[in-house]
Design a protein around this ligand. Structure first.
Ligand code: TRP
Length: 372
């Protein structure tokens, strides 16, 4: 394990993830659970080793079911408000690993309805088109077409609607308000929408005709939807969905928030030309000193450094190397330019391969789609 490595969020960071766990009432991902996963997978995905996934609901239960011979399905999704960025890819990359290791079916929801209703600036044609752009990024990660089901809410509405209204009937307005903070000025489509995002939790069971355990890998901000889904599940005769939550990658401009698809400079997009990727990395916020002199004297702060976090969480898997970077930076011996070069090299390589696969995905898109 990584005990010797300082985790960035413990050092600093604007989001207090321990507080989030308490607030949301989720459970921390323990070493014991990680060891149970390892029993089945042989190794741990770097996102688990580095605790990018840090919290869960009922993961132990899902693994127990698996042990008893009941396979679980995976469910995650995307609100198609623009192109995919690296932050979006985190749960999807993890799902691909889980599919391989646990032989899971994978269900992927594209909420073109949600983004249309939520965003005054987007038309339905735009969110619908972005959905299928985003689907290419999912497919590019190498999912098994026989076990992967991608759907737009608009194009799969007939099936989803039947499940959604059963959920909706069991959720009061006051619960929805308390969980999502809806106001009187919120449009009524958004008030209904949580039941649409809940529907895929039960979709595998509906399609198979028997109860299927479902695990949802997703960023922690989506958890309110699973709370609603879990409340309703027993009333509808389904298993409660289990969830495993990841943290946000910081935006390129600093540690204060997540990457944003609406601010193109804050994120690396899957369709960015490699030269643009390099430029964005070179311009990114770091934890280094203002000047070389200051950096040498006082050292840098990897705890707030965007570049360090990208290396730590995704692109530098080697424990020894990441520790050298961390400690070297603090001592003022490793400079921002070196880290930026290292990250840029790795990211450009990743994006280049991804874009090749994304092109190929266009030819096989249909094999992955669920439509009514
Ligand atoms: N609401 C999510 C978003 O805005 C999209 C989404 C739908 C999703 N179903 C999901 C995300 C399941 C994670 C898991 O991005």
């Amino acid at each position: 394990m990584d005990e010797s490595v300082v985790t960035p969020w413990e050092v600093e960071g604007e989001i207090d993830y321990n507080k989030l766990i308490k607030q949301f009432g989720t459970d921390i991902l323990t070493e014991e659970l990680l060891n149970t996963i390892k029993k089945y997978t042989g190794d741990l995905h770097p996102f688990l080793r580095r605790k990018l996934f840090f919290s869960h609901r009922d993961l132990g239960w899902i693994l127990k079911k698996y042990e008893e011979g009941e396979k679980f399905a995976l469910y995650t999704g995307r609100g198609p408000s623009g192109h995919t960025h690296i932050g979006h890819l985190v749960p999807w990359i993890f799902c691909k690993w889980l599919q391989d290791k646990f032989d899971c079916e994978f269900y992927f929801q594209m909420t073109d309805d949600e983004k249309f209703m939520m965003r005054p600036d987007l038309t339905l044609e735009q969110t619908h088109a972005f959905a299928y752009e985003n689907a290419l990024d999912v497919i590019a990660l190498g999912f098994d077409p026989k076990k992967t089901f991608i759907f737009s809410d608009i194009d799969y509405a007939k099936t989803l609607y039947k499940i959604s209204i059963q959920v909706a009937k069991n959720v009061t307005t006051s619960t929805a308000k308390a969980v999502f903070g809806f106001k009187n000025s919120t449009n009524i489509g958004m008030v209904f929408f949580p039941s649409v995002q809940a529907a895929p939790c039960f979709l595998p069971s509906v399609l198979k005709g028997y109860n299927v355990p479902v695990l949802i890998p997703a960023a922690i901000d989506q958890d309110p939807y699973w709370r609603i889904s879990r409340d309703v599940a027993p009333k509808l005769g389904y298993y409660k969905p289990a969830a495993i939550h990841n943290m946000f990658l910081p935006g390129l401009e600093g540690p204060s928030g997540k990457m944003s698809a609406s601010k193109s400079d804050t994120a690396i997009f899957s369709v960015d030309p490699p030269k643009e990727v390099d430029k964005k990395i070179k311009r990114a916020f770091t934890g280094g000193g203002q000047t070389i002199k200051e950096h040498k004297e006082k050292g840098g702060n990897p705890g707030v450094c965007t570049i360090y976090q990208y290396l730590y969480f995704i692109f530098e898997d080697d424990n020894k190397k990441i520790k050298e970077i961390h400690d070297g930076c603090k001592r003022g011996e490793v400079f921002c330019g070196e880290c930026k070069n290292l990250l840029s090299e790795k990211l450009v390589k990743f994006i280049t391969t991804h874009q090749e696969n994304r092109e190929k995905a266009k030819d096989v898109l249909d094999k992955f789609l669920l439509k009514d």
